[in-house]
Design a protein around this ligand. Structure first.
Ligand code: NDP
Length: 479
């Protein structure tokens, strides 16, 4: 089929399903192809991309030194003219001692990466179809969603290894620096492998022609090894479980050293468990999300998933244990404060879980790929009965019910509520536990502007009508 034959848009509508959502046999339009191919420098173009590729690892090492050796205080040279020697003594020497990639760390991190990849290949799970891909003439790729069975098996295996002493999970945190370096090296290695393979196989998409920018954004849209979609695997199978195990390691370490588990340490394990579990139990909703159908698999996604997410989003957990190890007492709050922060987390999680599932299940119904799964926990209002929506000229439907009638990005607000609760539980003595919230706020605001611009171009007047019907982006009557 030639691309021109994709015009005019012919969305073939079939009768609404039992839930009142019409299913479309979607054909990609010329506009879809045009938007999907449009090269626009984002993130500050090649200069911004290069700065981020160099800056991320440097920032991670700097924060690691602050956490590991200075109780989370942000350090700087007292005499600015001596910055070179400060850099060598304060940062480099410490990296050499505490963050050198040991054989143990390579075995543990790469062992987990390999283990999770093998599980993605062999474990059972439903197969769902993604959205029509404009660059593949509207073809829908199939995704094997075995995240949940893999996650449960991983929990069982790690529990057995810990209890029998084969691999004590509490050790992870003692080797944090080494593991982080291995993850950083692997982030660069995998980005390079995917980039080179995409070029070699001529499987490239939306290339700008600038090497550094393309390396950052990625060359290929949907790289696969066998039935494993590398982008989806990297998004949920590595970062979130590793993050969870780092927090669990802090909690176990606290228990082994002090014989107690404090509410903040428990809070962090709960928070990270909820996040990783949500990713696995709702995996079948991910193929219709923007990362999968639009973003390419480049350094930005690969590095951040392999190294950035697990080794920076865990600062709260690390801060709590380091604080206790250096001062001899744990961070504690009043029960009122604890209750408020736990409530913020759980309420944020509720909106995050149901908000994502409301929209993604709605999109899956429209796509004809909706399946019922009863993975734990299934929360009330995760699937909207007889939803209201705007039928766009493009053919797609825009949901205006549930959380989606209240705000245009309710799932972002919820994610931010959770992320600030991760900081609040540590108190107010260090910025580092709030790094995730600040960084994430920046990422999501930028993501909203990119997405809104794309949707405005794609849906035209219908988007204007949608924004009129749902006027607030994050919080009703505020913003
Ligand atoms: P979405 O999956 O929500 O994707 C946005 C797309 O959804 C739009 O491009 C549009 O696609 C479609 N859409 C928008 N509004 C509607 C509507 N009302 N009805 C139907 N479709 C609509 O966004 P993200 O992938 O950015 O976020 C998914 C989750 O992942 C969020 O909870 C977010 O917080 C989380 N996230 C977490 C990160 C982390 O590091 N912790 C990083 C990034 C995301 P179309 O053009 O097809 O209509």
């Amino acid at each position: 089929m030639s691309r021109d034959s994709l015009e005019p848009p012919k969305q073939q509508q079939s009768a609404p399903n039992k839930n009142g959502v019409p299913r479309f046999t979607q054909r990609v339009t010329k506009l879809d192809v045009q938007l999907d191919n449009q090269v626009k420098y984002e993130f500050g173009g090649p200069a911004g991309a290069t700065a981020m590729m160099l800056g991320f690892p440097c920032l991670m090492y700097y924060f690691w030194v602050c956490l590991e050796f200075h109780q989370g205080k942000l350090i700087y040279p007292s005499d600015v003219s001596q910055w070179k020697s400060w850099l060598v003594l304060e940062i480099w020497e410490k990296i050499k001692v505490g963050a050198f990639p040991s054989t143990w760390a390579i075995q543990v991190y790469m062992g987990y990466v390999l283990f999770s990849f093998v599980l993605a290949l062999v474990m059972p799970g439903p197969v769902v179809e993604g959205l029509p891909i404009p660059s593949l003439n509207g073809k829908k790729l199939k995704y094997l969603c075995n995240g949940l069975s893999s996650w449960y098996l991983t929990l069982v295996v790690s529990c057995v290894c810990h209890v029998t002493g084969v691999f004590r999970l509490s050790k992870l945190i003692d080797h944090f620096g080494e593991l982080m370096t291995v993850a950083i090296i692997w982030g660069f290695t995998m980005s390079t492998m995917v980039y080179v393979a995409s070029i070699a196989m001529k499987d490239t998409h939306r290339m700008s022609g600038d090497f550094l920018y393309d390396y950052f954004m990625g060359a290929c849209l949907n790289p696969r090894i066998g039935k494993v979609d590398l982008k989806m695997w990297a998004e949920i199978r590595v970062p979130w479980p590793v993050l969870f195990y780092l927090s669990l390691s802090c909690l176990l370490n606290q228990y082994e050293t002090y014989g107690e588990i404090t509410p903040p340490a428990f809070f962090m394990v709960l928070a990270h468990f909820l996040y990783v579990n949500a990713c696995q139990k709702g995996e079948e909703c991910i193929p219709t999300s923007w990362d999968i159908f639009y973003e390419k698999d480049g350094f930005m996604l690969i590095f951040w998933n392999m190294a950035g997410v697990p080794f920076t989003y865990c600062y709260s957990s690390i801060y709590l244990i380091k604080y206790q190890l250096t001062t001899g007492h744990a961070i504690a709050h009043s029960w009122v404060f604890n209750t408020a922060v736990f409530s913020l987390l759980l309420f944020g999680y509720y909106i995050f879980d149901t908000g994502n599932s409301q929209k993604n299940r709605f999109r899956m119904e429209q796509n004809g790929s909706f399946i019922v799964r009863n993975a734990f926990p299934q929360l009330p209002w995760g699937h909207i009965k007889n939803p209201s929506f705007i039928r766009t000229k493009h053919g797609n439907l825009l949901l205006t019910s549930g959380w989606w009638g209240i705000a245009r990005k309710p799932h972002y607000t919820a994610d931010l509520m959770m992320s600030i609760s991760w900081g609040l539980i540590t108190g107010f003595s260090s910025f580092l536990p709030y790094f995730y919230f600040c960084f994430f706020l920046f990422v999501l605001v930028h993501r909203v502007s990119r997405d809104m611009e794309r949707c405005a171009n794609k849906y035209g007047q219908d988007w204007v009508e949608y924004c009129r019907r749902v006027p607030y982006i994050f919080i009703p009557y505020v913003f």
